[in-house]
Design a protein around this ligand. Structure first.
Ligand code: CTP
Length: 401
């Protein structure tokens, strides 16, 4: 739980008073919690209590009333490792199931990339109504986790099913969810990410369209699963969402090689996701190259070091090395050939022929090849889900050693 980012969504029901205890349990366990409330929830518990307990202002409106600042549900959705909606009223459950985005909590839910846990709380007749059952089934079919309501005395003084699960039980559900995903605890993972820039002169370089999204998604997912993560990063415009990731910034392939060799000596898993420039200018001009009178210009390029092959050559018995192959033709043969040539244990193929895969996209379509001769194809998924698939495949391979 320590260091985990949790969005606690609170909707307008009597059980909202229990949300304060739940929030306290998360904070005590070292999680960072952002509370998002519906306007109705404020009738049941005050934002002051919740912001004091979480140490963060509560978000409820789309804009801050004082400053006009926009509260980005998209950023919140990316930041979170989990979202918990407790209590979830019949009305909010219906809105979530049907995408009725009329408040900040529902927009945040619709933007959340992380697993979502829903703890319903309502009167027994509402709970038993077919529309509630249908909406909860719909939410479950989207992959959300429902934390079942309990039987007991309800706010109406009637006795039946509809009481929100106790805060301790909700907390334990989240804790065991995070524990089941800490399969990289104690592992040192090094990831190369982004492009390299090879200087031509002080104002120009040779580069490529890599944004680093795939490498950073793997870094975030590995950190979520408890790994000690270092990213050797070429020039990118993104940051990891997990705070405990070490970033080593480099520019050129040579710098990336030096930083990677230094970081990988004691690594357990190395993922080579960078799009390294294959060639660099033989000489870097010390001052800006001026336009010549001629229509052509020649630039002599020399081969860059192959970082994956260098890590492969120095591989120790317990290390597991993963490369990427971005191919347009003879995809599978090229990918498997690269895995062997570079002494890798696994290679992840993205074919540029597939829409949605490759540079700059938020999705990826991959096929994984392993050195034991097996392969597995995956459907088009978000880069976060692809990162999880890649790490699952790595963990499986390591466990079979
Ligand atoms: N790679 C690397 N250093 C290089 C080139 C590639 O570490 N100088 C790594 C990439 O990060 C990737 C794998 O090797 O994991 C394959 O990269 P790719 O560019 O597809 O392979 P190349 O060996 O450059 O082959 P080609 O350009 O001929 O396709």
């Amino acid at each position: 739980m320590k260091g985990k980012h949790i969005i606690l969504g609170i909707t307008g029901g009597i059980a909202a008073y229990k949300s304060a205890s739940l929030l306290r349990l998360f904070v005590k366990a070292g999680a960072e919690v952002q509370v998002v409330m519906t306007p109705n929830a404020k009738e049941f518990i005050t934002p002051v209590t919740l912001s004091a307990l979480s140490g963060k202002p509560v978000v409820s409106e789309f804009f801050s009333a004082n400053t006009g600042e926009w509260h980005s549900h998209v950023d919140l959705g990316l930041w979170a490792d989990a979202m918990v909606i407790a209590p979830a009223t019949a009305s909010s459950i219906a809105k979530m199931a049907n995408g009725v985005a009329d408040n900040m909590l529902i927009t945040t839910y619709l933007s959340a990339k992380a697993p979502v846990f829903i703890a319903p709380a309502m009167d027994l007749d509402m709970m038993a109504h077919p529309s509630t059952t249908r909406n909860l089934n719909l939410l479950q079919s989207y992959g959300n986790h429902i934390i079942e309501a309990e039987c007991g005395v309800l706010a109406s003084h009637l006795i039946g099913k509809g009481r929100m699960a106790e805060p301790e039980q909700i907390f334990e559900t989240l804790q065991s969810f995070f524990n089941s995903r800490s399969d990289l605890q104690g592992k040192k993972v090094v990831i190369t990410a982004g492009p390299t820039h090879e200087a031509i002169d002080p104002v120009r370089f040779i580069g490529n369209y890599s944004t680093g999204k795939m490498g950073y998604a793997i870094a975030d997912e590995a950190a979520r699963r408890g790994a000690d993560v270092t990213v050797i990063s070429g020039p990118v415009a993104i940051k990891p969402s997990q705070s405990n990731i070490k970033i080593v910034d480099v520019t050129s392939a040579r710098q990336m090689l030096d930083a990677t060799m230094a970081a990988t000596a004691d690594a357990d898993i190395v993922v080579l996701a960078a799009a390294v420039a294959d060639y660099a200018p033989a000489q870097v001009a010390q001052s800006k190259i001026k336009r010549e009178k001629t229509d052509e210009m020649n630039l002599l390029l020399v081969r860059n070091p192959d970082i994956a092959a260098s890590v492969g050559a120095a591989k120790t018995a317990n290390q597991f090395l993963v490369g990427f192959a971005l191919e347009t033709d003879h995809e599978r043969d090229n990918a498997v050939g690269k895995m062997k040539r570079k002494n890798l244990d696994m290679i992840v193929l993205n074919s540029l022929r597939n829409p949605g895969a490759g540079f700059g996209t938020d999705t990826n379509l991959i096929e994984i090849f392993t050195s034991d001769g097996n392969s597995q194809s995956y459907p088009l998924k978000s880069k976060r889900e692809v990162a999880a698939d890649i790490l699952d495949a790595i963990v499986k391979q390591i466990s079979m050693r």
